[in-house]
Write a protein that binds this ligand. Structure first.
Ligand code: 4AD
Ligand code: MG
Length: 462
């Protein structure tokens, strides 16, 4: 008999028909006359109740059905008398695929802490919480593709192994096949990278933007969506060493167009999740974050505040608040500052623009004032920075001057500079940290809980 997914079983038209379901047992309870099994197959947050009539089945048959075991059941779908479910299955046949020893299966009882489940990341997708988070994550990934494809953007795949440092922060994971215990050296004693796999030093990318710009200045508008890697030793609830980034890049967009797109984009994704993952989001709201749905709706129905870094710093300075990191013009804003602006001052998402050039990357368009660049960061409640982007410096001479000022090796950048030598155009783009979006939409508070297998300093398990 053909299997029906549990997500599809709560369909009134199926009542009275024979169905087949397969999945993992959540609980079994009952007495010597009747036994009830709650079965989940990952297709939805909902379990289906299976009723075993103990005149038909024996204790011996049902004994291996413990939490975590996997079974296949055929039976009649009937309306349920019990509260909390609309239908249930009266079992006719039972096949046990695999048992799960109650002594050793770690997900016995409900209510494990998120910290405990991080240690069991190989099994935590089987919990209600992680099932919900991973389904929301998948829906958001689809929404991202749909948004850009509907707008005529092209999906561009940028390399993961690279020889350039896009953000110039130097926090890259080196990629090498050189023997680390016996490195080949040049005459002056430095490592001889000409003998390395690519004939030069390479690393995992921190961003696909630079290649994204090559795409945008040919195809008009592109987006990337892939993993990026950062070897910063930041152990925070918002940072991963391996995270997924979405990077649209558009020719003929100035910074205002860029902000409009960013705002429309995140709102579209949030709307999509609310429309397609209602059960999961309601589950997460009920168990972790009572204000979740209200907060999501709030973001959808309000314009993001737009102001300059300079104005933002002024508000912070005049706030009378004592911050751990004191505020003055020129500092890189800390999460406490961003959250003050968003959560306390404006109580809305904020797009901060025109940051001091010293704290931003080399590629950003320089303003007339000689001090600031056309950067834009989108700051969200509970999250802080969710998007970072800018209008790009389209002028060859200005870009080259900045590259030289910062001492970025030109030999790595010649191909990037070619976009400004041949048919340069105004253009803009941004990067959305995918896990930060998933954090916001699920109401989780630790980024390790919104990616299946997190990579953080000292942690590459699973
Ligand atoms: O602000 P970032 O560093 O910007 C860039 O990489 C640009 N090249 C993007 C562009 O203009 N195309 O990173 C972009 C976003 C941040 O706003 C944040 O949401 C996320 O990526 N992010 C991280 N997410 C998780 N863990 C980390 N270590 C992250 N670092 C940045
Ligand atoms: Mg940033």
């Amino acid at each position: 008999m053909k299997r029906t997914k549990i997500v599809d079983i709560f369909n009134p038209e199926l009542i009275g028909t024979e169905v087949c379901v397969k999945g993992w047992v959540r609980t079994r309870r009952g007495n010597k006359y009747v036994q009830f099994v709650a079965l989940n197959d990952g297709s939805s947050i909902k379990n289906i109740q299976i009723v075993f009539d103990m005149n038909v089945f024996t204790d011996e048959q049902l004994k291996p059905i413990t939490t975590g075991s996997s079974i296949c059941v055929e039976g009649l779908l009937v309306e349920s008398m019990g509260k909390g479910q609309t239908c249930e299955i009266q079992a006719k046949t039972l096949e046990i695929y695999g048992t799960a020893d109650p002594e050793t299966y770690p997900l016995q009882k409900k209510g494990h802490t998120l910290e405990f489940l991080r240690e069991k990341a190989h099994l935590r997708p089987r919990t209600n919480t992680f099932g919900a988070i991973l389904r929301v994550r998948s829906a958001l990934a689809f929404a991202i593709h749909r948004f850009f494809q509907e707008k005529g953007f092209f999906y561009l795949n940028t390399p993961l192994i690279t020889a350039s440092d896009c953000e110039g922060a130097g926090a890259m994971f080196q990629v090498t096949t050189l023997p680390l215990n016996d490195l080949p050296k040049t005459e002056d004693g430095s490592v001889d990278y000409s003998q390395d796999f690519f004939g030069k030093p390479t690393a995992l990318t921190v961003s696909g933007q630079l290649e994204g710009e090559l795409g945008a200045t040919a195809l008009g508008a592109i987006y990337t969506f892939g993993p990026t890697f950062r070897a910063e030793n930041s152990n925070t609830p918002r940072h991963l060493s391996e995270f997924w980034m979405v990077e649209p890049e558009m020719a003929f967009y100035d910074i205002a167009d860029n902000m409009d797109l960013a705002e429309e984009f995140v709102k579209y994704c949030i709307r999509y999740a609310l429309d397609h993952c209602r059960d999961d989001i309601e589950f997460l709201a009920e168990h972790f974050d009572k204000g979740l749905i209200e907060r999501l709706e709030f973001v959808l129905h309000n314009d993001f505040v737009r102001l300059t870094y300079t104005e933002g710093v002024k508000i912070l300075e005049e706030s009378g608040r004592k911050f751990e990191f004191p505020v003055s013009w020129g500092i890189d804003l800390q999460s406490e500052h961003e959250r003050y602006l968003v959560e306390e001052h404006f109580k809305k998402p904020v797009i901060l623009t025109d940051y001091p050039k010293e704290i931003k990357a080399f590629y950003m368009k320089q303003n007339e004032d000689g001090k600031t660049v056309r950067a834009m960061d989108v700051l969200f409640p509970n999250i802080g920075e969710i998007i970072g982007g800018s209008e790009r410096e389209a002028d060859y001479d200005k870009l080259l001057t900045r590259i030289e000022e910062l001492g970025i090796p030109m030999k790595d950048m010649w191909w990037y500079l070619d976009t400004r030598r041949f048919g340069t155009v105004p253009h803009s783009g941004f990067g959305l940290g995918f896990e930060r979006l998933v954090l916001f939409v699920t109401g989780m508070t630790n980024i390790r809980d919104v990616i299946p297998f997190p990579r953080t300093p000292n942690n590459a398990e699973f």
